[in-house]
Design a protein around this ligand. Structure first.
Ligand SMILES: *Cc1c(COP(=O)(O)O)cnc(C)c1O
Length: 374
């Protein structure tokens, strides 16, 4: 048997007809970028995720950059975030000319409120905080929002892995000024290409984000009020996402949760540590991370690969350790030690999880893990 981390041919089997008719509609409309389809998708996401406003853009990284710029980050201003994330989180801060500061995570791999508190007390000039809802689990937004309010810090949630997630009844985007989504194909709601969105209840940020995504052109044509980006969303992607994929999101999330529950119940191995997450019902199981014993990560991945199970690593290197960050004229600032983040980076292995796994495949992954001589 072969179990892939993602198999998009199965996605296409399910969504082909509605995707093709959406494509036909866009092709025949004669309008291909930032039009009615993008607006309809923005409305649908506003409804589906309970946000005030949604602004489509080219990808998730841009959504973070646009949120920072739209909320007025100034060059060199400090932005506190987690070192354990997709490189895009740190890169978006650098692209927005902010200065990333990294502090440690908790046992779930989510930015640690205690580390955040120590950092905010020591560095009063931090203006932004970007928690990442890693693996589909929400960071402790209640604690983070309390700290942010006390220190005059604005929160932008990196929700690229967490569409539809909640924690203790609080949904993504509720306590941050803005949330960034990615529609990269591997994400819980992906498109057949690149896409992203910024969600906010801030009535001033939404029009600013609309301007920023389109060269900084505001409501007056040919007048560029801001130094913007080209981060427009295609009508084609918007139409396919809304018609063919979004209607399945709830069922897909339910299936991810069911697969995760079986892994949690049935993986029993003295050397493998499970990471159930802070809220079992609220997490959306974008990834299913486990921890291998120190120094045995690659051996565990090789065992899985030998049995045909494709595993991943999220993420083997911390963002501030990446060469591109080290080579900058302002090498990354790390606050405190990153012991927990480094341990997860060294040991984490992502087991296959996606809505299209069959029960047999899930059982096979479980048996393969449990059979590791480790
Ligand atoms: C995927 C991802 C991003 C970036 O999204 P893109 O659409 O690839 O630009 C940012 N943050 C996290 C945590 C991600 O997983």
């Amino acid at each position: 048997m072969r179990v892939l981390a993602n198999d998009f041919t199965r996605l296409w089997d399910v969504c082909r007809d509605s995707a093709l008719s959406a494509m036909d509609r866009v092709g025949g409309s004669g309008w291909y970028i930032l039009g009615k389809e993008v607006e309809a998708l923005e409305d649908a996401l506003t409804q589906a995720c309970g946000h005030g406003r949604v602004v489509g853009c080219a990808n998730g990284m841009d959504a973070i950059e646009i949120a920072l710029r739209g909320l007025g980050v100034r060059p060199g201003e400090k932005v506190l975030t987690t070192p354990l994330s997709a490189f895009a989180t740190g890169l978006a801060i650098v692209r927005a000319e902010g200065e990333p500061i990294y502090c440690d995570v908790d046992e779930h791999g989510l930015i640690d409120p205690e580390a955040v508190q120590t950092c905010l007390e020591a560095l009063p000039d931090i203006r932004f905080l970007i928690p990442v809802h890693l693996y589909g689990n929400m960071a402790d937004m209640t604690a983070l929002r309390g700290l942010a309010d006390r220190h005059g810090v604005t929160i932008i949630e990196d929700a690229a892995q967490a569409i539809g997630a909640s924690r203790d009844g609080i949904a993504v985007g509720r306590l941050g000024r803005a949330a960034a989504y990615s529609f990269y194909p591997t994400k819980n709601l992906g498109v057949i290409g690149d896409g992203g969105a910024l969600a906010t209840d801030d009535e001033a940020l939404a029009p600013m984000a609309r301007a920023l995504r389109n060269y900084g052109q505001g409501s007056r044509r040919y007048v560029h009020e801001e130094i913007g980006l080209n981060s427009r969303l295609d009508e084609l992607h918007a139409a396919v996402l809304r018609d063919a994929f979004l209607p399945h999101l709830e069922a897909w999330t339910a299936r991810r949760r069911a697969v995760a529950q079986r892994y949690l119940d049935k993986i029993v191995h003295q050397a493998i540590t499970l990471m159930p997450g802070p809220d079992k019902e609220g997490g959306v199981r974008h990834l299913f991370p486990v921890l291998a014993p120190v120094g045995r990560t690659e051996a565990f991945i090789a065992h899985l690969a030998d049995s045909g199970v494709q595993a991943g690593r999220h993420y083997p290197s911390l963002i501030p350790d990446q060469p591109a960050m080290r080579n900058r004229s302002h090498p990354p600032s790390v606050f405190g030690d990153l012991t927990r983040a480094a341990a997860i980076a060294a040991r984490e292995v992502s087991l296959p999880i996606n809505p299209f796994l069959t029960d047999d495949e899930v059982s096979y992954v479980i048996d393969t893990v449990n059979a590791w001589p480790g």
